[in-house]
Each structure stands twice: as structure tokens, then as C-alpha cells.
Design a protein around this ligand. Sequence first.
Ligand code: PHE
Ligand code: FE
Length: 300
Amino acid sequence: MAALIDTVTEAVVDARGVNSGVAPVTYGHGERPPRGDYAQARADYTCEQDWAAYSAADHDLYRRLYERQAAQLGGLACDEFIDAIGLLGSPAQIPRFDALSEKLQRATGWEVVAVPGLIPEEAFFSLLSRRRFPVTGWIRKPEEFDYVVEPDVFHDLFGHVPLLFNPMFADYMQAYGAGGLKASRLESCEQLARLYWYTVEFGLIDTPDGLRAYGAGILSSAGELRHSVTSREPQRLGFDLDRIMRTRYKIDSYQSTYFVIDSFKQLFDATAPDFKPIYERVAGLHELTADERLPTDRVF
Ligand code: PHE
Ligand code: FE
């Protein structure tokens, strides 16, 4: 689930005041039609998973995506992710969200809830702040096996859910949601979305065995996982909250900069202080392009 969504939408309420689904949300400036069925969504943008509607081909596509990705995790994904991946259940079928939620509830108090696709920022933050992770119901088409523009059920589940079993990361995600509601009021969502992008989606972590990926965008990507950890092309910089909030990102190619945390505790502690003065400070500084290098950067 990407946090940065440009289209502002509101619940669609019909003449009798009955909620008849919500307005669809698309990435960027809405040149493509939305893929999910927003008419079935509740006012908080959640919906039923409708597991029975998946075809055998859908389950098979999930299994092939899962197996390709699972095969390359060793040496590239962090241990916390690898240790938890089995909790998603059998790769043979798209998991049932309710069964997965029961396991997650017991582990960290989180649950997964179905959504039709991308949802507005506020709805997204609100769900996270209540320890509910929105997972897209639909799966990509076979011809999108290597690349899909919008997050689908494979990205959302495989990429994001394993780390929700980790207590420290689980707490970070909830804090992010609460922080998002606050950032909306302060009109600082763009700065906060960069934090999500460079940690939750594309974060790397330094371990005794070397750099490893923990970001969902790279863990669910066939090509970028190895690229992010081993390629000589991108720059890898030490985590720096102000720096991240100033740094733009690319949504249509591999990242040219990754930020590296020392531990999930470092990430949690660094983001615990009140962001209001940080937003104010950052607003006074110029933005940085996705591949800029500063003299103060800690380079890996
Ligand atoms: N400390 C942040 C604030 O005051 C909240 C937050 C925590 C935001 C973790 C993101 C991640 O806004
Ligand atoms: Fe995501």
C-alpha cells in the first residue's frame, strides 16, 4: 500500500444518505481507470475479501510470484522477514485474510483488512493507527508478473505482512498511522510519505551479515531486491530523518538512493519525537532530488 495518493476522495452517499460505496482512488493523476470495486467498500474503505471469487489461475499466479520471490530471500532479506514469511500460510493459495488476522492478532495485535485498492491518505492513516493493515483484494494479471504499477494482493501480503509479526516494527507502523493523521492536520503529508517510502517500502537494514532488505517494495520485487542490496549503481545512506523528509523519490524505476537503518529500534526511537518542529525545519530547506549526495551523508 502506497501512502502517497494525490486524488482526494470522499465517501459517496446517495440521496437517502445511505453509503453506496466510496469514490475510487487512482495513482498519480488518474489517467488509468481504478481496478478495484469501490462500490462494495464501506465508508472506511474496507471491504470483504470475497475469497471464493479468486480463480484457480489467480491462486496459481500467487504461488508463482511467491515461489520466485521466496527463492531469492536468502542473503538479501532481513532475518525478521525470513523468519515470519511462513506465517502467511501455504503459497498454494491466496491466503484468507481472516485466518491470517487471527495469527497476527495473537502475535502483535494487528489484523489485515481487505480494500478495493489504493485508498485516500486519511483512511490509510486511520486504519494503521488502529493496527489494521489494508490489503488490496485483487491480484495482478499474468502479463504483469514482473511489474505491476499499483499494489496488488501479492505486494501487500508478501511484502508488508511478515514484518507486522515483529513487535517493534508493528509498533512503528501504528505510530506512523497516528503520525499521518497529525501530518494531515499540519499539511505535511508529503514529508511524512517520504519516510514511508524510504523505510516501509524501500528500507535496508545493516546486520552483522551485511546489508539486508526490509522494505516491502523491494521484498516483493523480482528485480529490485538483488539490485537494492548488491548493485553498485544506487547510493546507500545512513538513516537520517530530516534528510529523508527532504528527499524526493521515483515511483517508476528502481530507487537511486536507499536509506539504511541499524535496527528497528533505531527506526522507532528516531521517529518517536514530535514531528511538528521537524516539519517546520524541513519546510525551510530546499528539496533534494532522488539521487543527490550531501557532504553530511553517511555512505555505506
Ligand atoms: N513522532 C511522529 C509525530 O509526532 C509520529 C510518527 C511516528 C510518525 C513514527 C511516523 C513514524 O508526528
Ligand atoms: Fe506497499
